[in-house]
Write a protein that binds this ligand. Structure first.
Ligand code: ATP
Length: 235
């Protein structure tokens, strides 16, 4: 579904990702793990062309997308939930969800999708008239994910959804990521520092260090790898 080949990108005269190649098949949950500053967020932002791809190619369903604008990429079915959520704090929960469906005009289907996200996160239904900025961190993460789902993505890019959340909320968020993947066949690309939880829900994983992919394989293999255990799993 998504294929990156020898992708480079960065900021100013600094390359943040160097020769990154990876592949995601339809229906998979793929995780990209790595330490601070490894280049994980930059990889997601390069896929969405928020950060420009300087070399290499990015194909989505066999179509080159690295020169397409971010809005055209959303229209193709790729939607990102950025690190730090970036919900609209002064808009209500419902208005935030409306913004997610901004590029759609199939009213009946939009209503169905809103009911679906409210069923995934009943707390958002209870708070639908409350300002997004007054939600807890966990609820804001739920809202950010729900807003992305309102675009009916084929590929959902999640940047550190567990960041700053309490363990119970993290557990809930990871369970829902799995549910979204199963129920809608939404392909998921999950960037996480919480390698343990991410690998437990993923089919396969990639490890990134200083802008390069250094290891890749089935999630179960990465969980059993002693180098990964020492570096990322605290074992
Ligand atoms: P973290 O998990 O800490 O968010 P990451 O793996 O997502 O890290 P990136 O945020 O992609 O890493 O950062 C990769 C490199 O690019 C780092 O060296 C970082 O300092 C640099 N970088 C990130 N954003 C910018 C920016 N806007 N301007 C300049 N350099 C940046």
């Amino acid at each position: 579904m998504l294929k990156l080949e020898n992708v480079q990108s960065g900021y100013g005269n600094k390359l943040a990702i160097k020769d990154v190649s990876l592949e995601i098949k339809e229906g998979e949950i793929i995780t990209l793990i790595g330490g601070n500053g490894a280049g994980k967020s930059t990889t997601l932002m390069t896929i969405c062309n928020v950060v420009s791809c300087r070399a290499g190619s990015i194909k989505f369903q066999d179509k080159e997308i690295q020169k397409m604008g971010p809005d055209a990429i959303v229209k193709l079915g790729i939607c990102q939930v950025p690190e730090g959520r970036h919900i609209f704090p002064q808009l209500s929960v419902k208005e935030n969800l409306d913004m997610g469906a901004f590029l759609r005009n199939d009213k009946n289907e939009i209503k169905k999708d809103m009911d679906y996200v409210y069923s995934l996160f009943p707390i958002l239904a209870e708070r639908r008239h409350q300002d997004g900025g007054n939600l807890s961190g966990g609820e804001q993460q739920m809202l950010a994910m729900s807003r992305a789902l309102m675009a009916r993505p084929k590929l959902l890019l999640l940047d550190e959804p567990s960041m700053g959340l309490a363990p119970l909320v993290i557990k809930q968020i990871f369970e829902i990521i799995k549910q979204i993947n199963k129920e809608n066949n939404t392909t998921i690309f999950l960037v996480e520092q919480n390698a343990n939880q991410a690998l437990h829900i993923a089919d396969r994983g990639y490890v990134m260090e200083t802008g390069r992919i250094t290891l890749a394989g089935p999630a179960q293999e990465l969980l059993a790898n002693t180098d990964i255990q020492k570096a990322y799993l605290g074992i």
